[in-house]
Design a binder for this molecule. Structure first.
Ligand SMILES: *Cc1c(COP(=O)(O)O)cnc(C)c1O
Length: 364
């Protein structure tokens, strides 16, 4: 229906690139075996849950949170092994930190560069803030094409480079030599996104002091705190003090601060859960490899990417059997026929594997 020519409509007011976006889709998962979002499937020990309940009962939720979040930042610095002199900026999830970084460097023609396929929020956030996004294709095995990266960096002069280490949705850890060459060649900031650090064998945190254009970002979402929404950026005060100006003052609430600080006192409990997820990942990889027609990719994260014929139908078949994973088919061309499954509990993984075998048999 045509609207009056002077009507104030979203189409007239909102930027065309925003109108063209699709909102980040979160499918309903009630009652499903939920293996789509890289959550830690384990609950906390009862004693720790009781401690948290007492903390929450006594929390001053009538007050604004501690804007400097002293206690939590100290806990993060301790468990992350930050080199001396490095500081921490907190985000409401690391998604918020990506947005804040982009906001800080956005200006007409400024480029945000990453690799493809990678975390979809990099491209989306570039659009939010009006930056130009450039994605350099990964090699066929999803490793970094260093030569293409260096050429693109030279040509595009990106203000901000974001690299997920390990990468999502492919699960592999890029070669650290390539990352170092990229950091050295970059004319702007390089942020290494270590969302999956707890499941990987390497980190760039120890290199922070060696490069003045390097920052490392982490989230606690994949380690068992997805519901708290807490991420952080580590780096020198020179960068963080500027970025702090863009952080909304109370972005991390009283309850997330309290609960996360308590959980980090028990970081060993979370790391033990991560270790059991790693062991389960190895079992699941072996089981998937024995399914005829499935090709897996090795993973240093808490999920496994695999390729299988009729992926979209298999995704639907799993869903009908009560198992929700992520369908990547139809997104990036390099992910044709790809599905991604989060490593769950032993029981959840067994349910997934049997539903997968069932679906494949049915489609054969
Ligand atoms: C999950 C994920 C994030 C976002 O994590 P939140 O802290 O929950 O916002 C960032 N980067 C990558 C690569 C991820 O996979």
């Amino acid at each position: 229906m045509p609207s009056a020519s002077n009507a104030i409509t979203p189409e007239r007011l909102i930027r065309p690139e925003i109108l063209a976006l699709h909102a980040y889709h979160v499918p309903p998962a009630a009652g499903m075996v939920k293996l789509d979002a890289m959550e830690n499937p384990h609950l906390l020990p009862q004693s720790l849950r009781d401690e948290i309940a007492r903390l929450v009962a006594d929390a001053a939720i009538n007050r604004y949170p501690d804007a400097a979040a002293q206690q939590l930042k100290a806990a993060i610095a301790r468990v992350s092994g930050l080199p001396a002199g490095m500081e921490v900026l907190l985000g409401n999830g690391s998604d918020e930190i990506i947005q804040l970084l982009a906001l800080a460097v956005a200006r007409p023609d400024a480029v945000l560069l990453s690799v493809e396929p990678s975390f979809v929020m990099y491209r989306m956030i570039a659009t939010f803030v009006g930056m130009r996004y450039v994605g350099v294709p990964l090699d066929k095995d999803f490793s970094i094409d260093l030569q293409a990266m260096l050429e693109t960096i030279k040509r595009e002069q990106p203000a901000l480079i974001l690299l997920a280490y390990p990468n999502n949705p492919t699960g592999n850890l890029f070669d650290s030599y390539s990352l170092k060459k990229i950091i050295e060649a970059a004319p702007g900031l390089v942020v290494v996104d270590e969302a999956y650090y707890a499941f990987a064998r390497d980190s760039f945190i120890p290199h922070l002091a060696h490069y003045d254009n390097l920052l490392v970002m982490r989230t606690f979402s994949k380690l068992g705190m997805a519901g708290l929404r807490l991420g952080f950026l580590a780096g020198s005060a020179a960068w963080l003090s500027q970025l702090e100006k863009l952080r909304l003052p109370y972005n991390v609430g009283v309850l997330p601060q309290l609960v996360a600080a308590k959980l980090l006192e028990h970081h060993d409990v979370l790391l033990a859960q991560a270790e059991s997820i790693r062991q389960e990942r190895a079992r699941m990889l072996a089981a998937l490899n024995s399914v005829v027609g499935v090709r897996t990719y090795s993973s240093e994260a808490n999920f496994i990417l695999f390729r299988v014929a009729k992926a979209a139908q298999i995704f639907e078949g799993l869903k009908q059997r009560g198992v929700l994973i992520k369908n990547l088919d139809g997104g990036h061309p390099a992910l044709a026929d790809c599905l991604r499954v989060t490593v769950g509990t032993k029981q959840e993984n067994a349910q997934f594997l049997s539903a997968l075998q069932d679906t494949i048999n049915q489609l054969a």
